[in-house]
Design a binder for this molecule. Sequence first.
Ligand code: NAD
Ligand code: IPM
Ligand code: MN
Length: 367
Amino acid sequence: MSNPSLLILPGDGIGPEVMAEVRKIIDWFGAKRGIAFDVSEDLVGGAAYDKHGTPLHDDTMAKAQEVDAVLLGAVGGPKYDVLDFSVKPERGLLRLRKEMDLFANLRPAQCFDALADFSSLKKDVVAGLDIMIVRELTSGIYFGEPRGIIEEGNERVGINTQRYTESEIDRVARSAFELAMKRGKKLCSMEKANVMESGILWREVVTEVAKDYPEVELSHMYADAGAMQLCRWPKQFDVIVTDNLFGDLLSDAAAMLTGSLGMLPSASLGAPMANGRPKALYEPVHGSAPDIAGQAKANPCACILSFAMALRYSFDLGAEATRLEAAVEKVLADGVRTADLLNEEGITPATTSEMGDAVVAALEASL
Ligand code: NAD
Ligand code: IPM
Ligand code: MN
């Protein structure tokens, strides 16, 4: 049997920097655990635009559809601000999500003990935190029609449309309930049913799906109140399910509960393929961080932990995923910190590459 296939799309800014560290981890698993992947690499985002004039070449799209999993760094950057909207780097990522139909975006926010002091929230608010945000990823206001900028009278109007079908809500709700069943059996659904019809439908459909999961305690919250509760007492949550835009905002907020945006991984999952595994793309929640790109400052943990999610969700290697997560936790406990995880003057931060090396060393020590 051939090895499972992995398509790596490093992208722009710090994307290639953090991905270089993941490569070390992949090599380690091949050499020391006999877990080998057929790895190919390609361009996405601004890097693809620079070469092909498009943020995602059709050949890359086709490859992404064929492989067992895609691992993506980050896209975007100020250099591309001037481009036409249709070829902006972010369009490449959105095309991947849409055409692969990756409707369930899992964004776990876990506060490692070693970082509990570092979060901008009080230690007892975040210590031991382990929540999962499930963000709908292929519909809603990101993709709804009509959209555009039109002339109306003597001015222009910017238009985007929030739109959800029952089946789109149903499938992401089921993913969230399934996850809740494997975790703390609590699900909180967030929308704005008080002001949006799509929110009313969202609440109705989620309530209907709940009948198939009687063991899961379902609650509903308006997303604005949800944002407040996430900062007030995040440990009240287990799994949160929400739409595309609210999920984008709430997951960045949740990042700060863990200490840094550089810590948050994600898995974007679609329907099962012929081999029974879901179509999948793994990527850190953060972006290309133009303010620190090229300075060896980026924290590679979010990307490394995204690979751990790939081991768990695409390759049935849950124990190896746990090994990798424990290695990251050990490195943090040992005090290795990239600059985003430090606020004291006078301490020299670890570089991106030193952090990656420390994770490899911790993996080695786990044998
Ligand atoms: P960003 O996530 O790139 O950066 C926000 C802040 O967090 C910056 O100060 C950055 O230095 C810091 N940061 C992010 N990741 C870090 C890491 N791994 N280590 C240390 N610090 C880190 O968000 P932004 O500045 O709003 O966006 C920059 C570009 O990235 C934009 O073009 C945006 O569209 C794009 N973006 C892409 C993705 C993606 O590819 N999935 C996600 C978000 C933003
Ligand atoms: C994310 C990003 C993307 C989004 C952008 C880059 C398209 O912010 O993955 O969180 O808005 O979904
Ligand atoms: Mn985002």
